[in-house]
Design a protein around this ligand. Structure first.
Ligand code: SAM
Length: 269
């Protein structure tokens, strides 16, 4: 195997590398949490929405179809953008939901471009989270809303072993407490804050991820499952990677005891 091919494979054997190959991204609470966030942000017909870290475009397309809003999705990954663009085309939403490459910590938009800026399971990843939230706030218009759904330590003092397991297996994900997330919004100058921490469990989370999916989305998920199984059967490097992702018994037990998610919303003065 040549060097370039090898480094492509290294990229694939990562949390986002795998997700962008399989075409599956997710956030805690699924589309039910998305609807709650949309309601808190006042999304309706014609609202100009920016979704930061739009992944494979499930939320952007859902919002465009359900509320008749105009959505721009940005993501760091070109492969995610391709999945999202194809989804919008398939659903006949290409006019309403458009996607381009963009970084949360340096958004390619002028100040005040959007009525609502939202993200789901994204701000946990950039090391400089304050810079990201400042960017969300900058590109929202005065009177507009910033809304986040982010992984949250809902109980104090998560074990160090669990924190490092999450960072290691989820491309450096670093979750905060409700107060930690809230402080970022305050420092960005947002006001009228809403903070809603939520608990989840593994079964509930799976149900939430799958509920609200349309037939074509189900087909895509089934295709992704087939790809994973084929890779597992055929590729020893993938089997090694999959084994590394397996949590220890103590991490498996602790995960959803400590980790939930939170909705964090504020308005720009
Ligand atoms: C856990 S996935 C969630 C995707 C989507 N929000 C969803 O709920 O399905 C996180 C996404 O954020 C993207 N991402 C990570 N860091 C980013 C950054 N600094 N700027 C933009 N996107 C980023 C990843 O490429 C990935 O698509």
């Amino acid at each position: 195997m040549g060097q370039a091919e090898n480094s492509d494979r290294q990229d694939e054997f990562s949390y986002f590398g795998m997700q962008s190959m399989w075409g599956v991204t997710k956030h805690m609470g699924g589309l039910k949490a998305t609807d709650e966030l949309a309601a808190l942000c006042g999304i309706g017909r014609g609202t100009r929405v920016l979704e930061v870290g739009s992944g494979v475009g499930l939320t952007s397309c859902h919002l465009a179809a359900k509320f008749g809003c105009q959505v721009v999705g940005v993501d760091l990954s070109a492969r995610m953008i391709e999945w999202a663009t194809r989804r919008a085309q398939r659903k006949g939403l290409s006019e309403q939901a458009q996607f381009r490459i963009g970084d949360a910590v340096g958004l390619p938009f002028a100040e005040g471009s959007f009525d609502v800026v939202l993200c789901e399971s994204v701000t946990a990843f950039p090391p400089d989270k304050q810079k990201a939230v400042n960017e969300y706030t900058r590109v929202a218009r005065a009177g507009g809303m910033v809304g986040m759904n982010e992984g949250t330590w809902i109980r104090p003092d998560p074990p160090a072993e669990l924190v490092s397991y999450c960072e290691r297996t989820m491309d450096g994900a670093h979750f905060l407490t409700p107060d930690g997330w809230r402080a970022l919004l305050v420092k960005a100058g947002l006001q009228d804050l809403v903070v809603r921490p939520q608990t989840v469990n593994a079964f509930r989370q799976k149900l939430d991820e799958l509920s609200g999916l349309e037939w074509e989305d189900w087909r895509e998920r089934l295709g992704a499952t087939g790809t994973v199984l084929r890779m597992y059967a055929r590729d020893p490097a993938f089997r090694r990677y999959a084994r590394e992702l397996m949590p220890s018994m103590s991490n498996a037990r602790a995960l959803f005891y400590y980790l939930g998610y939170g909705l964090y919303v504020g308005s720009k003065p």
